[in-house]
Design a protein. Structure first.
Length: 190
């Protein structure tokens, strides 16, 4: 009985804390910042075109491509593939992605490809790539749009975000949707 009492108390406290208090606090935070809780919708000409925090597919040569998705970019089914780096199916998917990228970037080699362009994130919905992942695609986009590579690199620099508070998360990242919208809106050097 002496050991059962602390176990029961810990169980009850844990249920109250994580089953009651924590969800209420998170709901309150969501109410204080409704634009963040709704996935940060992105509009273009009053039309919803996506969400800033949810990746989506781009397959046209005129656009930056984001990370592959293990869930076909379905926000209702988030999750990684859970396949390890030696899993034959995973290796086959990565090889297919590498072959596809090299088909559209014949001047590059497999070793040049940033890892995020061939592997899905843990959620399968990561909307960001590294600046290196964006720079890898510059030549293809410049040719498809009739723009100079310098113009596209300038947009990448302009839309590169630093780590949160300079410390949390990747050192730099680029939101693919935001960058692609900037490409569409680009009217030339200013």
């Amino acid at each position: 009985m002496k050991t059962l009492r602390p176990i029961l108390i810990l169980g009850i406290v844990t249920i109250i804390l994580f089953g009651g208090i924590y969800p209420v606090v998170m709901l309150g935070v969501g109410q204080l910042m409704p634009e963040k809780a709704a996935g940060e919708p992105v509009y273009h000409d009053e039309q919803l075109v996506g969400f800033e925090n949810i990746g989506q597919p781009f397959d046209s040569s005129q656009y930056f491509w984001g990370r592959p998705s293990a869930v076909a970019y379905n926000a209702a089914a988030t999750g990684g593939s859970n396949k390890g780096p030696t899993n034959p199916e995973f290796l086959s998917l990565v090889e297919d992605q590498i072959d596809s990228l090299l088909k559209y970037h014949p001047d590059k080699e497999a070793a040049d490809i940033p890892v995020e362009l061939v592997t899905a994130s843990g959620s399968g919905l990561d909307p960001h790539i590294t600046p290196q992942g964006a720079v890898f695609q510059v030549q293809r986009i410049a040719q498809a749009r009739g723009m100079s590579e310098e113009e596209i690199r300038s947009l990448i620099d302009q839309y590169t975000e630093d780590a949160f508070l300079g410390w949390f998360g990747p050192s730099a990242k680029v939101n693919v949707l935001t960058l692609n919208l900037a490409l569409d809106a680009y009217t030339g050097p200013k």
